[in-house]
Design a protein around this ligand. Sequence first.
Ligand SMILES: *[C@@H]1O[C@H](CO)[C@@H](O)[C@H](O)[C@H]1NC(C)=O
Ligand SMILES: *[C@@H]1O[C@H](CO)[C@@H](O)[C@H](O)[C@H]1NC(C)=O
Ligand SMILES: *[C@@H]1O[C@H](CO)[C@@H](O)[C@H](O)[C@H]1NC(C)=O
Ligand SMILES: *[C@@H]1O[C@H](CO)[C@@H](O)[C@H](O)[C@H]1NC(C)=O
Ligand SMILES: *[C@@H]1O[C@H](CO)[C@@H](O)[C@H](O)[C@H]1NC(C)=O
Ligand SMILES: *[C@@H]1O[C@H](CO)[C@@H](O)[C@H](O)[C@H]1NC(C)=O
Length: 649
Amino acid sequence: MVSSIIISAAVLVVTITSTMMIMLFSLADAISSPSSSTDEAEALRSTGWWNSTSAHCHWDGVSCNNAGRVTGIALYGSGKELGELSKLEFSSFPSLVELNLSACGLNGSIPRQIGTLTQLTVLSLHDNNLTGEIPLSLANLTQLLYLTLCSNPLHGSIPPEIGKMKNLIFLDLGYSNLIGVIPSSFGNLTTLTTLYLDGNQISGFIPPQLGKMKNLKSLLLSHNGLHGPIPLEIGKMKNLNNLNLGYNNLTGVIPSSFGNLTNMNSLTLRGNQISGFIPPEIGYLLNLSYLDLSENQISGFIPEEIVNLKKLSHLDMSNNLISGKIPSRLGNLKELKYFNLSYNYLSGTIPYSISSNYRWTQIDLSNNQLEDQTRAPVEAFGHNKGLCGEIKGRPRCKKRHQITLIIVVSLSTALLLSVAVLGFLFHKRRIRKNQLLETTKVKNGDLFSIWDYDGVIAYQDIIQATEDFDIKYCIGTGGYGSVYRAQLPSGKVVALKKLHGWEREDPTYLKSFENEVQMLSRIRHRNIVKLHGFCRHKKCMFLVYKYMEKGSLYCMLRDEVEAVELDWIKRVNVVKSIANALSYMHHDCDLPIIHRDISSNNILLDSKLEAFVSDFGTARLLDNDSSNRTLLAGTYGYIAPGKLDYNLH
Ligand SMILES: *[C@@H]1O[C@H](CO)[C@@H](O)[C@H](O)[C@H]1NC(C)=O
Ligand SMILES: *[C@@H]1O[C@H](CO)[C@@H](O)[C@H](O)[C@H]1NC(C)=O
Ligand SMILES: *[C@@H]1O[C@H](CO)[C@@H](O)[C@H](O)[C@H]1NC(C)=O
Ligand SMILES: *[C@@H]1O[C@H](CO)[C@@H](O)[C@H](O)[C@H]1NC(C)=O
Ligand SMILES: *[C@@H]1O[C@H](CO)[C@@H](O)[C@H](O)[C@H]1NC(C)=O
Ligand SMILES: *[C@@H]1O[C@H](CO)[C@@H](O)[C@H](O)[C@H]1NC(C)=O
């Protein structure tokens, strides 16, 4: 009984206390806010931005808290033309957290009273017609996380006071006509992840204090007239993944401290006056996919370390003073699609890893001092051209040769003769090359047009001639794929090796296919089967060869009648032919080619019993760099026994 009275009394006390507390809090709230909910409704209505008669908290783009106070005004994308920003009486909204009026047709200047929105965390006014200067009162918005004023015709400079907005995460003042310098106080914005100041008329140096922005991920300072060197301190922004300093007047060198920026994904220094060498430390930026150093005065060599950048897809170093050779393994970068080294002083040959690739979307090596490769590179490039994109630069490689000639001639008449001979040789080769290119362009149904891949006619011819690869035209199977015989409308007969559907899914067969294309387009020998072209489409992959009437040596030897026809004299001729072909592959090619699968199956005979080496699916270049030369490949029983000899039935 007594205890229940005590409990009741206690409950009463607690109730009274809490009621008083609530009243006190409400009173405090009322005192701290100069306005009320009705004032807010009135302030919103007076802008003329809304028409509705309902309660203001339900209006489009208006949000309120539980106490009915306005916390958000977001008309972004509403299509309204709001006019003067000053129509909004800022002091009426002490609880406003988000003001999102981007692309709302605002004009006039940003009122000083904006500094009263001290609870604001989001201020987004981009893509309007706001003019005037950025008000200093903005610095009082210390809760701000997100500030964007980009794409407004503002003027004046960036207030250093912005450096006081210690909580800022995102700051975009790009394309806003701003002048002056980047305030060093920005270094205090240590929580900032994004800073865009691009497209202004900012001048002066990049303040080294920016290096203190440890959380910065994206820094765009392009187009705006910055000069002086790139501060070493940028190398301290360990989280940086996107840096664009393009189209400024920056001088000095690329700091080797850039090697610390291992999160970097995109780096653009295009269009400055940067000089010196490319630091080898660039090879540490393993996540780099976009690198643009073009239009500078960078000299020295392309560092070998660049081949570490396995994710690189865009590489532009054009328009610099870079000399030396192109790193031989550069073409091995699997992701590389855009590749521009034009307008430099590169010399030596175009590495095979590049010339043999046909995945380029764009590749430009023009206006260098590169020599042409001695064997069949035109074809290799031709394939690229036909399949994926354009290779520029080969004809123009001559230009600087000619300029060099002129200088040399004027320096020493003694050299005149030899130089003239050289020039003649180049000229001759060029004519030959042009002839080759011409043949690939024939489109009258001849198979060469397949090299262009856009040769619809030739493709149709093949499909018709084989009734879409009907089994009745199949004449055998190779190491991979099935071989078909096709008689074209012109009367010409060709052999087609087509990958089966399931083989197209299998990387091993795909690799063999590509390998064969690469190898056979590199070499040309009377005893190596001639590849006319290929079709490389995800739905239909086939190779087009010269047709060999008598089939393989293996079949011939197995057939009792035919084996007799192939008498000993003819067999010796076969051996001689194959020896010739192998000797050519091993000794006369740019890089020796080893076939790795010489067997009677892979030796084909034409109507005159002339022998040809075929099936280059597992062939390899004997590259000095290659590490795994001991790898076994080929048909069991025919694998080369260590030396480059071979075995015939
Ligand atoms: C307000 O209503 C009038 C008439 O209904 C209309 O013409 C006007 O466009 C509206 N204004 C806004 C801002 O919606
Ligand atoms: C502004 O509003 C739009 C539309 O509601 C929204 O998508 C955008 O994220 C907002 N911006 C900010 C900075 O919150
Ligand atoms: C910031 O707020 C303080 C007090 O609230 C005020 O005195 C000061 O003038 C404001 N600063 C600016 C730049 O508006
Ligand atoms: C950064 O902040 C510190 C302390 O908050 C202050 O002393 C310093 O002046 C600020 N730096 C700049 C460049 O404004
Ligand atoms: C590279 O990027 C991936 C995500 O794209 C990330 O998981 C990885 O940590 C990054 N590596 C480095 C070295 O920054
Ligand atoms: C390569 O760069 C040069 C100079 O910067 C430019 O003129 C050319 O168009 C670029 N080539 C390609 C294929 O983009």
